[in-house]
Design a protein around this ligand. Structure first.
Ligand SMILES: [Zn+2]
Ligand SMILES: [Zn+2]
Length: 249
């Protein structure tokens, strides 16, 4: 499996980053986790044709995580897509998603593909789908109401994406994580409903996590200073995410 960071900014926006969203690939198939920023441009830069995208997983309905969805759909329509696109969201937001689509009048576009909305109960871990060796599930985040993180596994290899969250015991309790993509909205301190890089380093059992990539970053925060203060064995496991950074899991 392969992950590409399509955006890495916190909600405040950034001079150089799109809002945080990810691309997950396995074999010839791909899924997006949230849709912020400039999805059509970023997918082109990542070399990902739209017709390889099978679905979109929405972690929560804060605007920085969903506002690119209409643009993505518009691009798929322009590209003549025929295959249905599955959009996963928590059951409590399905009506809002329908309203968003209705406000963009997607039903009036001469659209050739179905938008298949599938819901999950965000309050407990649940499997979204399994395809070949790949299995993708969600788990509750500690943010503002309905928010999930994403776990993707191919045989033994495990990716966990925290989504927006306070430090999360569910993640810390996992026996195996090869790559943890975790938010770090600030560099230091305890911040409401989010995690700082300093908390991330202290809270998680990094000796059990192969690699940590920090996303949802805020401009001008002293992330480098926090990393510089870490022991070398910790620092070498942590990378600050950048748009279009990609890595195998
Ligand atoms: Zn956010
Ligand atoms: Zn949020």
């Amino acid at each position: 499996m392969k992950v590409t960071l399509l955006g890495t900014s916190s909600a405040a926006g950034s001079r150089e980053r799109d809002n945080t969203y990810l691309l997950l690939e396995h074999d010839q198939d791909a899924w997006m986790i949230d849709v912020g920023g400039n999805p059509l441009g970023k997918l082109k830069q990542a070399g990902m044709p739209l017709d390889r995208i099978r679905g979109v997983i929405l972690t929560h309905f804060h605007i920085d995580h969903i506002f690119g969805l209409p643009s993505l759909l518009w691009g798929m329509w322009l590209g003549g897509r025929q295959e249905a696109l599955t959009v996963y969201c928590d059951a409590g937001h399905a009506a809002q998603l329908q309203q968003i689509l209705a406000s963009y009048r997607t039903s009036e576009w001469p659209i050739g593909f179905a938008i298949d909305i599938r819901t999950f109960d965000w309050t407990k871990p649940s499997t979204l789908f399994a395809q070949g060796e790949l299995s993708v599930s969600v788990f509750p985040s500690l943010h503002v109401g309905a928010t999930v993180g994403v776990r993707a596994a191919v045989s033994e290899r495990v990716l966990v994406y925290s989504a927006d969250t306070r430090p999360n015991e569910w993640i810390a309790a996992q026996q195996r994580i090869d790559v943890l993509v975790h938010e770090a909205t600030a560099a230091r301190g305890a911040i409401s409903v989010h995690t700082s890089l300093e908390q991330l380093v202290r809270f998680y059992p990094l000796e059990r996590i192969g690699r940590v990539v920090a996303v949802h970053l805020t401009d001008d925060e002293p992330y480098g200073d926090v990393l510089a203060e870490c022991e070398a064995r910790v620092r070498e496991r942590i990378a600050l995410g950048a748009d279009l950074m990609s890595f195998p899991v």
